[in-house]
Write a protein that binds this ligand. Sequence first.
Ligand SMILES: *Cc1c(COP(=O)(O)O)cnc(C)c1O
Length: 220
Amino acid sequence: MSIQNNLLEIKASLPSNVTLVAVSKTWPVDDLMEAYNAGQRFFGENKVQEMTQKWEQMPKDTEWHMIGHLQTNKVKYIAPYVSLIHSVDSLKLLTEINRQGQRYRKIINCLLQVHIAEEDTKFGLDENELYALLASEEFNAMENINVTGLMGMATFTEDMQQVKREFMHLKSIFEEVRQQPQTLNLKPKTLSMGMSGDYRLAIECGSTMVRIGSSIFGTR
Ligand SMILES: *Cc1c(COP(=O)(O)O)cnc(C)c1O
């Protein structure tokens, strides 16, 4: 199967309200171009330097999503061009993104990453930290970020019942956040959950954005 075939097949299977982010980390620009030529515009990367190099080489209407853990001191490298940061896991990081947004006179779209997995290896805010962040004065004063939703990763396990519980949990948190009054910098509409192994289940549980790598590009 070619990248193009994989991509088109997955795309055709997605409900119309679900956005596909092609996770292209580790793959060369030639492979990204194959996906681009098949119509794909959203690409997910997890390393700042790799994403920036690919941004320099790819057509300018490509949209870049940072999906990996982001260090505060590296925000400045992606701020000029990034279209969505999925992995915001602290007020400190959000503060720096807002600062870089000010510097480039733009509003940077962000998802807050919530820790839903039982494993403690994955990054993310726990529920209390999430609500504390959203209620904080610092957050409410930020004018150069827009929190457009939440992101989460389920435990890496064969136990699909567990994965489902974790996705349902994130969906309920998402609905809770959506109950809050919307403000200029909080307009939650995106729920980023699901990867190659679990995206169908994630969609059943309410995902609106799936991040798929190996099912498109092959196993890394
Ligand atoms: C690598 C990665 C993905 C894609 O994983 P696949 O199993 O290759 O689809 C999705 N989300 C994040 C955060 C990743 O790091």
